[in-house]
Design a protein around this ligand. Structure first.
Ligand SMILES: NC(=O)c1ccc[n+]([C@@H]2O[C@H](COP(=O)([O-])OP(=O)(O)OC[C@H]3O[C@@H](n4cnc5c(N)ncnc54)[C@H](O)[C@@H]3O)[C@@H](O)[C@H]2O)c1
Length: 353
């Protein structure tokens, strides 16, 4: 830790980090440890298999890790009661998963959030509650066929259960904690990618991980709707840094903050960045998956003013880091992805390195 570390005030602070074994949570945990915070990770280890948690660097046997559920009221009350800060990152975090398994979505993303918020409202030990929402709350924004520029002032328009639960979590945070005068910050990450990310079969949007793995395996990179969809892709280390700063920045108090780069990237451009590392990789047109809105990118004015910071890792650097990690960690490529049928037959994974 340097003396100028903006998180220095967290040295010795007791922090409850729900979902701390996941992609973003594990990076938040790592960053908080650097500044000497006393972190308790609460996770039910439902998101991945053991090997993926291992790839994320999670030590399940650590005394900092509690294997439990956010919907366990007694456990939550006792953990929150011993905390100076609570970062609530646990969620059933795939959009399609929430749609097909609504009972899990309700239990984790709504009941669990309610239980944590009530526990935070009951105690006076918590200095700030940070709720990890999602850019999904914007839905299609104002619609139309232009790329959307999402500002926090825009009305929310969730299009699925995952997004509705996040929007509800935001409102519930404001309603409960305003009553008790507990400080809070709501963060809306855009599309997070980076080392350690292992695609899930039902997460279409993780194109950096998927395209890198397809390319390494000699499979085609499918461009749905010509790859014109737009996302704001933020590296997981930047996402974790932004969330940690949201815990302490004065300007983040009682704010809703986008967490993105402010840069729009098409899926086509993401594929080109991957092709820069795998020149033989070919792209192919893929059918539209139902409604496929163009998407959009973040206004980061409010975020940068509140946090005094902007993301530092460009998409080109992030893709290079992801591919270097994947090449060093071939076991990260999941079995289901290896079995996909669109393999390009005339070049091998060996040739691509
Ligand atoms: N990855 C993204 O692009 C992105 C974008 C916007 C918002 N978010 C949000 O950020 C947060 C972290 O996302 P992530 O990408 O790290 O997802 P992740 O799935 O990798 O991490 C979520 C963690 O929560 C845990 N979890 C799930 N249900 C739980 C429960 N009931 N009790 C305890 N633990 C539980 C999972 O096991 C997992 O370790 C989530 O709230 C997600 O909705 C993610």
């Amino acid at each position: 830790m340097t003396t100028h570390d903006p998180l220095a005030s967290l040295d010795g602070a007791r922090i409850l980090l729900t979902g701390g074994a996941g992609l973003i949570g594990s990076r938040i945990h790592h960053r908080l440890r650097q500044v000497g915070a006393q972190v308790t990770v609460l996770d039910n280890f439902s998101a991945y298999d053991d090997s993926t948690f291992e790839l994320l660097g999670v030590d399940r046997t650590s005394s900092e890790v509690v294997h439990g559920d956010v919907a366990d009221e007694d456990l939550i009350r006792s953990l929150v009661g011993e905390s100076d800060y609570v970062v609530h990152a646990a969620a059933y975090s795939t959009v399609a998963g929430c749609t097909t398994n609504p009972a899990i979505a309700f239990a984790s993303n709504m009941a669990g959030t309610d239980i944590i918020l009530r526990a935070v409202a009951e105690t006076d030990s918590v200095r700030r509650f940070v709720f990890i929402s999602s850019a999904q709350v914007y839905g299609n924004g104002t619609g139309g066929d232009q790329a959307q520029f999402f500002t926090e002032e825009m009305p929310t328009a969730p299009l699925n259960l995952y997004a509705s639960a996040k929007e509800w979590g935001e409102r519930h945070t404001r309603q409960l904690l305003t009553k008790t005068g507990t400080d809070y910050t709501i963060v809306r990450p855009f599309s997070v990618y980076g080392e350690g990310q292992v695609p899930k079969p039902d997460a279409y949007s993780w194109v950096i991980a998927q395209f890198s793995m397809y390319a390494a395996l000699g499979q085609e990179l499918p461009l749905i709707n010509g790859g014109q969809a737009i996302r704001d892709r933020i590296h997981v280390d930047d996402a974790a840094e932004g969330i940690c700063r949201a815990m302490v920045a004065e300007g983040a108090s009682q704010q809703i903050l986008n967490l993105g780069t402010g840069t729009a990237t098409t899926v086509c451009e993401a594929a080109e960045l991957v092709q820069g590392h795998f020149p033989q990789a070919v792209v192919t047109d893929a059918p539209r998956l139902g409604q496929d809105p163009l998407g959009g990118y973040a206004s980061i004015e409010r975020m940068s003013a509140a946090l005094g910071w902007t993301p530092e890792i460009s998409l080109g650097q992030g893709v290079a880091r992801y591919i270097a990690w994947m090449n060093d960690t071939p076991r990260a490529i999941p079995e289901w992805l290896r079995k996909e049928k669109n393999r390009v037959s005339n070049w091998s994974a060996q040739e691509s390195k």
